[in-house]
Design a protein around this ligand. Structure first.
Ligand SMILES: *Cc1c(COP(=O)(O)O)cnc(C)c1O
Length: 478
């Protein structure tokens, strides 16, 4: 990039750099106006202000060494105990405050692996996870040398338990269920998974990253919720994010274990360093106290009654959106989402073109695949923007139905890829996809993504798709 900054010879004034940041912010989507259906969870200005105050007070404190700052240790303990009290008996459950869902999952997977290896050092660790499970599990498998096996979904978009069972063998160190899954907002049959885990003495992780701060409050409000937490005997660990539906600023999640003995597998210790004895619970080393204080402040401010009110509002908002989408004949909701996460597909239109139309109006929805669908994580702020969104969605559907040049190029690209995949050697197909990626993305995140997704749909080789993702990631750094 031509105008990238090196460290300036002579620094600018504070006012100048702040002005530049304000300019940069104008490049971003307007999540305060409910435009983000993922990425940002927003209650309001007062809550942001509270977290800012708390963050400022502790941002320089370091949670690296749990003994160094008693304040942080106390707040972390409170947060873990609070999370545990929503999922089971906080006197028995043990856990750690982490930087996010990914870290919570990495830690749980590492613990399950080490627990299994202690019992039997000769196994080659594998885990069986639903196809819809978060890629953080695949990342954990990649980092920790665990083979990841994906179990297919049933027609309700839950993991097919029968299939999952058939994929378990003596190397299996972990099975996973989501409550709910991120892509479709569907809760896996955790109770059945738990029974199987007990029977086979397997470690079951329940990923409640997105649902952990929704489901307990829905249950309190009287909604019918399937069992998913430590009340089920087979559940050994859980992940729940505070920086999603806890509305805490980013860098806040909790990993929980059924008991102290299971959590013991999580720690890393090294006694031979010149710098002294080293032990750490999480993946990170140095950690800001800011996140911890912000989480502690907001959660203590909102309390159970507050979260119940918020959850009620968001569940009702979601149900309104679902009903309205059901009234659009071209669109179909995927499965029967019970929380505040959902996806819709279309049997007539290219949903990626609908997403491109919505992007032009400033909305951000995740584009998903198998089946092509668009994803909505509904949060508190959306209560004020349901009609804006529905109007733009209806308009986007209408436009997608009309004839457009981009429609033709999209179809053309799909057909070119389809033919290329059939007739050309793999190497050449890879080269073509690489070039098309460059053209549609121009080095960076593609503005119009429908052509790219259309093309991906024609590639049945996952390696080609992964190469294409790598090209895009590299392009964003250049
Ligand atoms: C968000 C999410 C994760 C990953 O969490 P990060 O905070 O993005 O690292 C894992 N699982 C599910 C179900 C999620 O929704």
């Amino acid at each position: 990039m031509k105008n990238q900054k090196t460290l300036l010879q002579k620094g600018k004034s504070q006012e100048e750099v702040l002005n530049e940041l304000h300019e940069l912010k104008k490049l971003d989507l307007d999540w305060k106006k409910g435009r983000a259906f993922s990425m940002v969870y927003y209650l309001g200005e007062k809550e942001l202000e509270l977290m800012l105050q708390a963050y400022k007070m502790f941002m320089s404190e370091n949670a690296l060494n749990p003994g160094a700052f008693k304040s942080l240790k106390k707040m972390e303990k409170d947060l873990v105990y609070t999370a545990a009290s929503l999922m089971g008996d906080p006197e028995i459950l043990k856990g750690t405050f982490t930087s996010g869902g990914t870290e919570s999952i990495l830690l749980a997977v590492k613990s399950a692996r080490d627990y299994a290896l202690k019992k039997n050092p000769n196994i080659k660790p594998e885990m069986v996870i639903p196809l819809s499970a978060h890629p953080a599990f695949d990342k954990a498998g990649h980092y920790f040398g665990i083979k990841v096996i994906h179990a297919p979904l049933n027609d309700k978009y839950q993991v097919d338990v029968k299939e999952l069972k058939s994929l378990v063998n003596s190397n299996t160190v972990l099975i996973v269920g989501s409550a709910p899954s991120y892509p479709h907002g569907i809760i896996d049959p955790i109770e059945e998974l738990s029974e199987f885990a007990v029977e086979k003495n397997l470690w079951l992780h329940v990923d409640a990253c997105v649902g952990g701060m929704i489901l307990p409050f829905m249950e309190m409000l009287g909604y019918e919720i399937p069992s998913f937490d430590f009340r089920l005997e087979g559940v050994c660990s859980m992940s729940m994010d505070l920086h999603k539906y806890g509305y805490v600023s980013k860098g806040a999640s909790i990993v929980l274990y059924k008991n102290k003995a299971l959590k013991r597998n999580q720690y890393f210790v090294y006694g031979g360093w010149n710098g002294g004895l080293y032990g750490s619970a999480g993946v990170l080393g140095t950690r800001s106290g800011g996140n911890i204080a912000a989480a502690w402040a907001l959660m203590n401010h909102i309390g159970i009654e507050g979260y119940k009110d918020i959850v009620k509002t968001v569940v009702e908002t979601t149900q309104t959106i679902i009903k309205e989408i059901q009234h659009i004949p071209e669109l179909q909701i995927i499965g029967e989402p019970v929380t505040t996460v959902l996806a819709f597909t279309s049997d007539k239109l290219d949903v990626y073109e609908i997403a491109d139309e919505l992007s032009e109006k400033g909305w951000l929805l995740d584009r998903q695949q198998n089946p092509p669908s668009l994803h909505l994580t509904v949060n508190f702020i959306h209560k004020d923007y349901v009609q804006d969104f529905m109007n733009d969605l209806k308009e986007a559907v209408k436009k997608t139905k009309q004839f457009k040049f981009s429609h033709v190029t999209n179809t053309l690209l799909k057909n070119v890829t389809k033919t290329a995949v059939k007739v050309l050697p793999e190497k050449i197909v890879s080269k073509i996809t690489e070039n098309v990626t460059k053209i549609t993305s121009g080095g960076g995140l593609p503005q119009k993504t429908a052509p790219m997704y259309g093309m991906i749909a024609q590639l049945n080789n996952q390696k080609d798709i992964e190469e294409m993702i790598l090209d895009i990631l590299e392009g964003m750094d250049d």
